[in-house]
Design a protein around this ligand. Structure first.
Ligand code: NAD
Ligand code: DAU
Length: 328
């Protein structure tokens, strides 16, 4: 296929691009704003064309879309804590940016896949969300992602755009920006920095290895029904404190680094997705959390050149603001 992958220089997008090139030989154009989270290095050595622009830039989008069969949109501001501190960019990218992409897709009648999140359903104490569960987002991040999902659905209902939505649970794996729980804990543990656990650490996340999510998006792109949403949950759920303790074991860090800190405002307690619908398309998660976490820790150990420039740049300033202390 000839694909336009928006946000393809980020964590999941670049893993998706790698998988598609290796397993499908697609022709790929990446359109990415290269925010703090988008990195050219993530696409190094890959046969893709990179257009450096935001999805809200209609002219750049129209140019990048020439000759393309389908759009897969990963482009987003993705960190919940940043959305609490400064929600503006979340509104622009998720609402305006998604609208611009949908208009461009409508004009050319191309298939459109919106990459979304389990957070649009909000928190669930027991059981799992299905695709028909009501949307009840808690943070500015998830509220603007839910808004984008509704806009995508409206383009199917109103204009007949062949648009689909793929909602994933918490991803982890290589090339994840270290503001997120797992890479943050791994890098802090490797450096002897404290490991900041929010609240009581008993919040539960449903962990999905990034390659499994990338493969699921491919299934939805190829076999999903227009107008439908598909949940993609990981095979294992785990309280945060257990994730952090396992990182301590895998890195050989000292347990005294663990520190309970002030909770995230409006913190969702538990996410859980039922994935029967995407399974019916032939998808199955391949990586269990225990194995994937071990591989991920090994990847960060072996790829200093990837994260060293991040730990010495704007990230240090962000960390100081967010956690009220400097990294060592
Ligand atoms: P990421 O932050 O690593 O990457 C986001 C990418 O989008 C970056 O390359 C960034 O430069 C780009 N971007 C941001 N604003 C843009 C704009 N206006 N125009 C063009 N590009 C822009 O995020 P990720 O974790 O790879 O997430 C990718 C997608 O998957 C997001 O839509 C996110 O909501 C969704 N998602 C993430 C997870 C997760 O656990 N990380 C789980 C489910 C769904
Ligand atoms: O569920 C899918 C979502 O997963 C995606 O849509 C988001 O883009 C992605 O960022 C992620 O959101 P979370 O808020 O769940 O991920 P995060 O890595 O920020 O936090 C995971 C859990 O760990 C959460 O309960 C908060 C907690 N946490 C996080 C950080 C960064 C801590 O206890 N300490 C921390 O320092």
């Amino acid at each position: 296929m000839r694909l336009l992958v928006c946000g393809g220089a980020g964590f999941i997008g670049s893993n998706f691009v790698r998988l598609r090139l290796a397993e499908h030989g697609d022709e790929i154009v990446v359109l990415d704003k290269l925010t703090y989270a988008g990195r050219r290095e993530n696409l190094e050595g890959l046969d893709v064309r990179l257009v450096h622009a935001g999805i809200e830039d209609a002219e750049a989008v129209a140019g990048a879309l020439k000759g393309v069969d389908a759009i897969v949109n990963f482009a987003a501001e993705t960190h919940v804590d940043r959305s609490i501190a400064e929600p503006g960019a979340f509104v622009t990218t998720h609402a305006v940016g998604t609208w611009v992409l949908l208009e461009a897709a409508r004009e050319r009648a191309v298939r459109y896949v919106q990459v979304s999140t389990d957070e649009v359903y909000g928190s669930i104490e027991e059981g799992s969300f299905t695709e028909s569960s009501p949307l009840a987002p808690s943070s500015p991040y998830s509220a603007t992602k839910a808004g984008a999902d509704l806009l995508v659905s409206s383009y199917f209902h109103t204009y007949g755009l062949p648009a689909l939505i793929c909602r994933g649970s918490n991803n982890y794996g290589p090339r994840q920006y270290p503001e997120k729980l797992i890479p943050l804990m791994v890098l802090n543990a490797l450096h002897g920095d404290t490991l900041p656990v929010y609240g009581d650490g008993m919040q539960v996340r449903n962990w999905l290895y990034v390659e499994d999510f990338a493969r699921a998006i491919g299934h939805v792109l190829a076999h999903g029904a227009p107008g439908e949403a598909y949940n993609v949950g990981g095979p294992d759920e785990c309280p945060n404190i257990d994730v952090v303790r396992r990182v301590i074991e895998l890195t050989g860090a000292d347990e005294s680094l663990l520190e309970y800190v002030t909770d995230r405002p409006g913190h969702d307690r538990r996410y859980s997705l039922g994935s029967e619908k995407v399974r019916a398309l032939g998808w199955e998660a391949r990586v269990r959390f225990a194995d994937g976490l071990e591989q991920t820790v090994a990847w960060y150990r072996d790829n200093r050149a990837w994260w060293e420039p991040i730990r010495s740049g704007d990230y240090m300033e962000y960390y100081r603001r967010q956690y009220g202390r400097a990294l060592g």
